[in-house]
Every structure is written in C-alpha cells, then in structure tokens.
Design a binder for this molecule. Structure first.
Ligand SMILES: [Mn+2]
Length: 414
C-alpha cells in the first residue's frame, strides 16, 4: 500500500493581490496531482488548508475539482480534513471540502472521524483552535482507542505542535497519541519528517510560497509532497519536490552603485519564463526614496511581476556610526536612537520594553509582554469565537448567508 500526503495548498490565494500568483498556486497543485497519478498510489491524504478561505472563489473550487476528477479517473481516492484557513468557526457551518463528497472526496470531520482503506485505519480531525484544545485532546484519545484495534493506522491533523512550531501551537508533543503508524500533519509550511509514535510524523509543507519569507526555506529545502510506502514495519517516506513556477529574487543594492546593481538584476532575470517577484533592499540612500523607486521601476518593471523595495537611508543600518556620534549613550538609548528610522511606534515601544526585561533576565515578564502584544495587534478575534464542531449534525445544511465567521490567519501564523 502506497499513498501520497500533501497539505497547505491554499488554492485561491492571491498573493500581493496578483492574479498571476493565484494562478501559480493552481499550477503547482496540478503538477502535484499529475505526479501523484504517475506514482500510482492507492490513495491521497490532504491535511488541510486545501483552500485559502472557507469561502473559495469559483476559480479555486474549479482548480480543485479538476485535480480531484483527474485522481478519480485514475481510481485514486482522496481523504481530506479542513485546516484553519478552510474551517468555518460557526455552529452548523461546513467546510468547502464537503461540496466534493459527491465527487468522491472522503471528508474527515468531527462527525465522520475515520475510514478504513483496506486494512488501514485512517482517522483525523479538522483544525481546532487553542481555545478548544480540551475538546481536541478528548477526541484524540477516542481516536487512539479505536486505532488500537487496527494493525496499521494513520492520524490526520492540521495543528501546530510545540516541538516543531514553538511560537503558536495547540498541542504539545506529549499530548499527541503515540499508537498511530503515520501522522499526516498540515499547518507548518516547511517540510518536517520526524520519528514519532509507532512510525513517522510528517508535515509535507506548503506547495507554494505562501509568505515571502518562505522563499529562503524553498531555496534550501524545496517544496512538494511525500509518498509513503506503508507495507513494511515502519512507513517509508519519500519526499517529492515540485518546482514552483516563479522565482523570488532577493537582492541588496548600494545606492552609490545603483546603475550597475540594476543592470546585474536585469541580466539575471531577462530570460526567465515567468516574471519574478523582486525583493530589493537599497542601502545608503541619500535622496528621495520616491525618486529612487521610480528609477528602479523604470529599469525593472517590464521584466518583473512585482517590485518590493526596502530603503535604508545613509548611515541608517550602521550602528557603529550612531555609537561614534553618541558616545555618551548607553545600549538602551542606542536602541531607541536606532529605532527612530523604523517608524512603527508600537513595535519600537515593544522592542525597548523587551530590552528592559531581557537585559535583567526577566523572561517571564518578557513572554507576558509578547503575548499581550500579539493579542492586541494580531490575534484574530475569531479565535475566541465559540467553536462547537461536534454540534454539526447535518453536513448537508447550508451555511448561513451572512455573518459567517472564518479564520483568516494573520502575519505571524501559518
Ligand atoms: Mn497553511
């Protein structure tokens, strides 16, 4: 028995508001499906965040339908859960995955937590926010008991686990039941493959660059999905990397050599099939940034899909210069001085307060401060909304038309 495991495809995500980026996500998904069919697997598991939102656009729904029908044509069923992006935090509402049940999608939900595929027990749950971690843990222990009756079992979840994602998690590694043979995880966008329980715990990662900062990880580790050979005593996991269609080019330029810097970039990208995203940092700027941006745009706009510039004014990045000019200043004053150019008052205040605590080893206070800051600035109010999926009794009931609450994850989360 061999299966494919993927997650976090985020279909319908229009990065930077660009339709081209939305299409990139569809293109990658199609490549993944084609590769899966080529590999002649017995089934596929999708561990959540199939769609970017709980109300996907017709284009996103069609992109998925196309892939699902291809799989169906090849006789390959897919099992899927809802992730934090495609779950609807509202009593009685249903995730978009449900639309595809008639096309053969096997939706794993709180009322339909497990399936048998041959002699393999496949169980799982949709995403539960940390406010519901009690419910999550009790449901996990029920599934663990059921799994004990089967020789081979898979647990499908879309959650953060402290061991792999320390900043935001709903489960500690010790709270994950340890009698499953394969843990088909979703949520973390980078590839993780660990020994756990009676086998392997794997996050296949996202298929595309969902956040610009995922580019570095992509360059180092690639993106894709995994194939799992489930016949032996321990699952054999093979990663399949799938190239993403478009490049992100990250460069630092010196304002004093702007012309040659730009020429170098033109040379690099002139023959690219798809126009890249340019992430440019221009240092030592001593003129109006608007004018500098216009120059860059004029030279690179025709070859790039988008230019994302960061300007550092002359001396701005050099802490040495500030130290030399202000020899009487202590570290705290230097920090304040340095932050002046950053221009985000709230973050500046946080940085200085954190410095105060951390320089005195007051780590608990520092943690508290960060949590408070997160709650005030980033926490989605939806996380606090009552979340009672177990009360979803009729999956065929239509979601209410208005006032629907969905989780849209913010900057700091996956
Ligand atoms: Mn995701």
């Amino acid at each position: 028995m061999k299966f494919a495991h993927l997650a976090d495809t985020h279909l319908g995500y229009r990065q930077f508001g660009l339709i081209e980026r939305e299409k990139d996500f569809y293109e990658v998904f199609e490549k993944v499906i084609d590769k899966i069919i080529e590999e002649k697997v017995d089934f596929v598991i999708h561990s959540g965040d199939l769609f970017e939102t709980a109300r996907p656009s017709p284009n996103a729904l069609l992109a998925f339908q196309k892939g699902l029908l291809k799989l169906k044509g090849a006789g390959i069923p897919m099992y899927a859960i809802a992730g934090n992006h495609d779950v609807v935090m509202r009593k009685g509402s249903i995730p978009p995955q449900v639309i595809f049940k008639k096309l053969g999608l096997k939706v794993i939900s709180p009322i339909n937590t497990n399936y048998m595929h041959g002699d393999i027990f496949i169980a799982g749950l949709p995403y539960y926010p940390s406010s519901q971690s009690k419910v999550l843990k009790s449901k996990l222990s029920e599934l663990s008991k059921k799994a004990a009756n089967h020789e081979k079992s898979i647990l499908v979840l879309h959650q953060g686990i402290d061991k792999y994602f320390g900043y935001q998690y709903e489960l500690e590694i010790g709270e994950v039941p340890d009698n499953f043979n394969y843990y088909a995880m979703g949520h973390i966008h980078k590839y993780i493959n660990d020994n756990f329980g009676a086998g392997k715990l794997v996050y296949p990662g996202s298929g595309e660059i969902w956040k610009a900062k995922e580019w570095e990880d992509y360059l180092e580790n690639g993106k894709g999905f995994v194939l799992v050979d489930f016949d032996g005593p321990k699952p054999l996991v093979k990663r399949v990397k799938i190239d993403i269609p478009r490049e992100f080019i990250k460069r630092s330029l010196d304002y004093n050599n702007l012309e040659s810097g730009i020429a170098g970039i033109r040379e690099t990208i002139k023959d690219f099939d798809k126009k890249p995203i340019l992430d440019l940092t221009i240092n030592n700027v001593d003129s109006d940034t608007g004018i500098v941006y216009d120059i860059i745009k004029q030279e690179l706009e025709d070859l790039s899909l988008m230019i994302r510039p960061t300007f550092n004014m002359v001396g701005e990045e050099s802490i040495d210069a500030i130290v030399n000019q202000n020899e009487s200043l202590g570290p705290k004053e230097l920090l304040i001085e340095q932050l002046k150019g950053y221009g985000n008052g709230d973050v500046n205040t946080l940085a200085v307060e954190l410095y105060e605590y951390l320089s005195k080893d007051k780590t608990d206070e520092a943690k508290e401060l960060v949590t408070q800051f997160y709650d005030e600035h980033y926490r989605n109010v939806d996380e606090d909304v009552e979340f009672k999926t177990e009360e979803v009794e009729n999956e065929d009931a239509p979601a209410e038309e208005s006032g629907d609450i969905q989780v849209t994850f913010n900057e700091v989360l996956k």
